[in-house]
Design a protein around this ligand. Sequence first.
Ligand code: OAD
Length: 251
Amino acid sequence: MPDSASGRVLDDPRLASAIRRSARVAVLTGAGISAESGIPTFRGAEGLWKKFRPEELANFDAFMANPELVWAWYRFRRDIVRKAEPNPGHRALVAWESLVDKFTLITQNVDGLHARAGSKRVVELHGNIETDLCLDCGRKRAGEAAGETDPLPVCPCGGRLRPGVVWFGELLPTEAMAQADRAASGCDLFLTVGTSAVVHPAASLPRLAKSRGATLVEINPEPTPVSEYADFTLYGPAGEILPELVRWLER
Ligand code: OAD
């Protein structure tokens, strides 16, 4: 395994030059970028999927079979997200966006922390935990206010509401996926940050970017399938490495 990124980042002239000459940047983030904000990841030793079963909580059939349980799980996660604050990794991506011609931030996260940090162009592939979706009228609505605890929230049209996130077995929002594909296909630099890169189709974006000629950089404390073909893997926390890269870019 390569060394930790600290120190190495600035030392590697190939990485430095790839970052400096990249005017079109695309970034794919996953749960790891919000780990330093106190939001649990899904996989790994402390991951949510170690304690809870996705087949009971994150798919449509599970919701229809036991909507109260699924709502309780999303309320639990909404509470965590509402108490969390963006961290230096989120803020570094805001700064990066202001420094290049074209910057697309693609996220698998549903926590909304990129937008709260100030990122302007955010493509949410898996929806947003702060929205509800009506099964009858199909409208999206702002999620219930903190403190409301109706075990089965209902739309003003009378229909049943579900969390506005993408579940296993569901298609990703078409326009978001198209934007992500375009950004990956047309960037000079593709960063993958804090994702285990095992959930498709998001996990295929790094390879798409690389196949179209982008330099591929991964930031993660652990190796992932992307590490095998990334041009650079920077092992460490996003909240330390991203600010380091941006400080370097600003100089
Ligand atoms: P995972 O939980 O699968 O992976 C989180 C990744 O973040 C791991 O590779 C960790 O090593 C890494 N990580 C942990 N701390 C980090 C830090 N401080 N800085 C950088 N990286 C860190 O989360 P995702 O890849 O986002 O989908 O998971 C993808 C999808 O699977 C989620 O969107 C969700 C989940 O099931 C749905 O619910 C549809």
